[in-house]
Design a protein around this ligand. Structure first.
Ligand code: NAI
Length: 251
């Protein structure tokens, strides 16, 4: 990963679920490109480690312990970050979980938990930052959806619904805030090598990979590149879009 420290010079980015996996890769790449980074994660120990790594890149970084599914905790995040940094430019809604199971066996708690952490969190955190982005008359909200929200996937009714919900939310906010120059977009990853996919049985992984035209899983860094583009001025005429980073799995 190479960065251009002027690209996001002195901008402040909040990354939910940024302690590990895709969120961590986003934090490192945005920092390499000049941004100061807030890692908002419920796993504060892991978040601190990532913050240390980011600090070594010469940028300011802060870990904030937050459960993004909790409205008041997540909404407070905006104020906490504004008080610490004096501005907010970029929100990356990345925190997410899976609780897979076939529909007939899926429990109400599994539905509720996934909708709360993956989808309601996006409402909560966007509420927390929007007034600061509005006052600055500009900013970027980028949410991590999934190819599963576009195609569906057996055993993931809850997850697919949460990710499709993110796409509808993104397009609506893009329309509501375009006049204030707040650009709202999503990235829809395909099948990416992280803890979330590492636990899948080898046979299931092979089956998934056989359906990907590029013939391999993606890396967290490849998702981070798309987020960097949407966070930077290079994408200032882009809003309400979903960028698919999926090796051609869904076109
Ligand atoms: P991961 O499991 O490696 O990391 C998720 C992070 O979110 C962790 O640091 C965790 O502590 C944090 N988190 C979970 N619940 C939270 C909560 N309530 N409040 C605050 N933080 C919380 O997952 P990964 O793979 O990095 O996924 C990141 C995003 O990318 C998720 O939204 C996921 O749905 C999405 N995605 C992942 C794909 C993959 O193949 N790995 C494919 C498509 C989308």
């Amino acid at each position: 990963m190479e960065g251009d420290p002027l690209k996001l010079h002195d901008r402040v980015a909040i990354i939910t679920g940024g302690a590990q996996g895709i969120g961590r890769a986003i934090g490192l790449l945005l920092a390499q490109n000049g941004a100061d980074i807030v890692i908002a994660d419920k796993n504060d120990q892991q978040a601190e480690e990532t913050v240390q790594e980011i600090s070594l890149l010469g940028r300011k970084s802060l870990a904030v312990k937050v459960d993004v599914s909790n409205f008041s905790e997540a909404e407070k995040l905006g104020k906490t970050v504004f008080d610490a940094f004096g501005r907010i430019d970029i929100l990356v809604n990345n925190a997410g979980i899976t609780r897979d199971g076939l529909f007939l066996r899926m429990k109400e708690e599994e539905w509720d938990e996934v909708i709360a952490i993956n989808l309601k969190s996006v409402f909560n955190c966007s509420k927390g930052v929007i007034r600061y982005l509005g006052k600055q008359r500009g900013g970027k909200i980028i949410s991590v959806a999934s190819v599963v929200g576009q195609m569906g996937n057996i055993g993931q009714a809850n997850y697919a619904a949460s990710k499709a919900g993110i796409i509808g939310f993104t397009k609506t906010l893009a329309r509501e805030f375009a006049s204030r120059r707040i650009m709202v977009n999503a990235v829809a990853p395909g099948f990416i090598e992280t803890d979330m996919t590492r636990t899948l049985p080898e046979k299931v992984r092979e089956e998934f990979i056989s359906n990907i035209p590029l013939g391999r899983m993606g890396t967290p860094e490849e998702i981070a590149e798309a987020v960097l583009f949407l966070a930077s001025d290079a994408s200032n005429y882009i809003t309400g879009q979903v960028i698919n980073v999926n090796g051609g799995l869904y076109m």
